[in-house]
Every structure is written in structure tokens, then in C-alpha cells.
Design a protein. Structure first.
Length: 427
């Protein structure tokens, strides 16, 4: 699902020259294997909750290892790194067949769809054999250390520094908003290696261990009670120079590639995810279910709202398909993934708003001590802004669409081409 004007654009399609198995034959084989090897979904279990139990990571690692042993892990990744070398159509067929089975969904984002995708395109052969294969096999979980508390949306203004010392880098600084970092083994960490270069030109991407004596990690508790985000503090963290991804001081190129995969994953167009969340329980309540729960399913005004949301969901689904196909053919540039990312923010937020409008006070009072659909409506609304922040803010997506897709003039930047040590920060 990649485009022709960026490195690695043909990776997903490499299989085409020697592919022997049709999608339908693959589907039949996958169906038989799933029924014999993977556990069925538990009808009494609540799925899609925002809170992730620690045991889930152990369970999902084991499920990924099962997929790997059975030849169904990393369906769109090349065979030489542990994948199957097949197409997105094969992955879609497997996803359809696996909907009634337990799947290692926690490993999809960011480990497989974002970090592994970037390493496939930008990593060294050794890094791919170690970290990409490790992620596909379930032996490793990857995360990303990007955001910093002082930077906001200005990722290139980061302050975490890495100093070269012979065959190692010594890293000091702080990262935050690192999704599922507490469960990961390694992270792709964007750091500053040249303070005399302009801010975009003095960055490097380095693979670092997450759990190290030189790293203090703590989880961040969100308003809905979830703790998926973490912040990390590095004090003289030493990593091998061979962990550098790409070349020194060209980390912005690597980081942009990683952000491409992030926008693609958040927008729902990643070819590297395996399985899809169950459609029941937890936060998966539909607008129709909420309307029925509060007895408004016969109300004409409510039915109109439900119909409008259904239309938006259909538009979002078709948008993902159109942009994905457009990027694969080269009709759309890589930054078109920002359109998927923006829709992922706007449409779900609209859904959260109308669900709360329909549920009314019952959703509010159910947040504390309640359960079922109405509680999920209230909890989702508490976190509604996350849809326009995760994976880059909606404002950033609009800028990307404006400047990189529509080719409109870029906005003024006072720190452009200024050595980073001379850039004014704070007050």
C-alpha cells in the first residue's frame, strides 16, 4: 500500500512475481488453520476497553507466536524477515476469516504497523533481521519515543540529545505520550545529534531499549482511568552506534517515514495490521444501540441522526479505500494519508457527540458505577479530544493536506534555516 515517490514503495507488491497461491485458496487454508489453532472469542468477555490488563500482553505475544509458527504472521511483510510476502488482499481475507477468533491486536499499533513498517523501508539489514523479524515473530514489541513535553506539535524542536562516543551514543532527555511503552522491549527514538544545524537537519533516529537502568519510565493516568501512555527520562543511556537508523543527522527523513505509517495506521489503511477489534462490548457501542438503550429508536429526529452517522461511516470506509488505492498506484502522494488521519478524527468525534446527545443524562450518570453501552458513551466522550491529537493533531493534518497534497504556499516559520542552538525557546 505504498506510493512510488518514497523509499520502499514496492515492498508490499514484491510478492507479485512469484506468488503461487490465490487469495481464495489462501482464505480456505486460513479458515481451516484458524479453526484448529486459534481460540474463539469468549462471548462473556468485554472487548475494546480502554484499559489494557498486563496479562493481555503475555496473551497477545503468545498469539503472535502462534501466527508466526503457523505461517500467518506478517502477511504483507517480506519472507526474508519472517513475513509471508503476500498482498493486502491476502491480509484482508485473513482478517475477515479471523473476526471470531482471539487475535494479537495489541501488537498492531505501534509495533507492527508503524515501527516495523518504518524499519522495513529505512532500517539496515541487521536491524531488519533483528527487530523486524522479532516483532513479526512475537519475540519483541516495539514502540516509538517521539513527543516531548516542551514541543507540543513541533516534533522537530525536540531537546533530547544523543552524543557520539566512539562506537556508542549517550542519550539524555525526556519523552512523553509514548503509547504502550511499558509493554515494549525496544523503541525507535528521535534525538538531536547536531545543535548547530537547523532543527530539521540535526536529528537522528536510534533504536533504544525501553527497560534499562538509565531510563526511568512512568505511566500516565488519563481521565478515563486508562494508562496506555508513558513518559521516559534518560540519564546517560548508552546504546550501540549500530542502532542508528539511516544516517546521522538525517533522522527527520526517517521520522517522516515513521509518521507516514502512523497516519496510515491511525486512519485505518495499514497493510501490516492483523485482525480487527470485535464489534461488541466495551467502547464499541453503535449509535443505533445507544438509541435503543434509551428508548429513542422510534423517534424521527433520532433516526435522522443515526442515518447521518451511518452515512459518515460509509464515507470514511470508502475514503480509506480510495486513498489507499491512490497511494498504491502513485495517483496520490504519500502525504495523502493525512486525509485518512483527518477523517479518523472528525468522524469519530462527531459520533461521540451525537451518542452523548442521544443518551443524555443517563450517559453522564453511568460513568461512575455504571456499565454497558451508556457508560461507554460517557467514558468515550471524556476522551473525545484524543481522536484529534493521536498520530499528529488535526491541525497538522490540515497543514499536510494544504502544503503537500494541494501544494498551497507554506506558512511562515521564523526558525527555518536557523541553527537550533540559536532558536528562541520558552519565554
Amino acid at each position: 500500500m505504498l506510493v512510488t515517490n518514497i523509499p520502499g514503495h514496492d515492498r508490499v507488491g514484491e510478492f507479485m512475481s512469484d506468488q503461487l497461491e490465490s487469495v481464495e485458496d489462501f482464505r480456505i487454508r486460513a479458515r481451516a488453520w484458524l479453526s484448529e489453532n486459534m481460540p474463539k472469542l469468549d462471548p462473556a468477555k468485554e472487548y475494546n476497553t480502554n484499559r489494557v490488563a498486563d496479562r493481555e500482553w503475555v496473551e497477545h505475544r503468545a498469539l503472535q507466536k502462534k501466527l508466526f509458527a503457523g505461517g500467518f504472521a506478517g502477511i504483507c511483510f517480506p519472507k526474508e524477515y519472517g513475513g509471508q510476502g503476500l498482498s493486502p488482499a491476502h491480509q484482508a481475507a485473513f482478517t475477515e476469516e479471523s473476526v471470531s477468533y482471539e487475535m494479537p491486536l495489541r501488537l498492531n499499533v505501534p509495533s507492527l504497523s508503524i515501527c516495523s513498517g518504518m524499519l522495513l523501508d529505512m532500517g539496515s539489514e541487521e536491524q531488519k533481521q533483528t527487530y523486524l523479524r522479532g516483532a513479526i515473530s512475537g519475540e519483541m514489541i516495539l514502540c516509538q519515543f517521539l513527543s516531548e513535553p516542551s514541543g507540543g506539535s513541533d516534533l522537530a524542536g525536540l531537546l533530547t540529545r544523543a552524543q557520539r562516543d566512539g562506537d556508542t551514543y549517550i542519550i539524555n532527555g525526556q519523552k512523553c505520550w509514548s503509547t504502550f511503552a511499558y509493554a515494549a522491549d525496544f523503541a525507535t527514538c528521535l534525538v538531536r545529534t547536531d545543535w548547530d544545524a537547523p532543527k530539521h537537519r540535526g536529528l537522528s533516529m536510534i533504536i533504544v531499549p525501553v527497560h534499562d537502568d538509565a531510563t526511568h519510565l512512568q505511566r500516565v493516568r488519563m481521565v478515563d482511568g486508562s494508562e496506555e501512555f508513558c513518559e521516559e527520562f534518560f540519564t546517560d543511556l548508552v546504546v550501540p552506534a549500530g542502532n542508528l537508523v539511516g544516517t546521522e543527522n538525517d533522522g527527520w527523513t526517517v521520522g517522516q517515514r515513521q509518521l507516514f505509517y502512523e497516519r496510515q495506521a491511525v486512519g485505518g489503511g495499514s497493510p501490516y495490521v492483523s485482525g480487527q477489534p470485535p464489534t461488541r462490548g466495551g467502547s464499541s457501542a453503535t449509535v443505533e444501540e445507544v438509541a435503543r438503550a434509551v428508548g429513542k429508536d422510534k423517534d424521527p429526529a433520532t433516526r435522522e441522526i443515526v442515518g447521518w452517522q451511518s452515512a459518515l461511516d460509509t464515507v470514511n470506509h470508502q475514503l480509506i479505500k480510495r486513498i489507499t488505492v491512490g497511494m498504491a498506484s502513485g495517483e496520490y502522494p504519500a502525504m495523502a494519508s493525512s486525509m485518512m488521519r483527518l477523517a479518523h478524527a472528525e468522524i469519530p468525534q462527531h459520533k461521540m457527540d451525537v451518542m452523548l446527545d442521544i443518551a443524555g443524562d443517563e450517559a453522564v450518570t453511568s460513568v461512575v458505577g455504571g456499565d454497558g453501552y451508556l457508560r461507554s458513551v460517557g467514558v468515550q466522550f471524556l476522551m473525545r479530544q484524543g481522536a484529534s491529537l493521536g498520530g499528529g493533531s488535526s491541525e497538522m493534518s490540515r497543514n499536510m493536506i494544504s502544503e503537500r497534497v494541494l501544494m498551497m504556499p507554506r506558512e511562515m516559520a521564523a526558525d527555518r534555516d536557523v541553527p537550533f542552538r540559536e532558536v528562541r525557546r520558552g519565554r
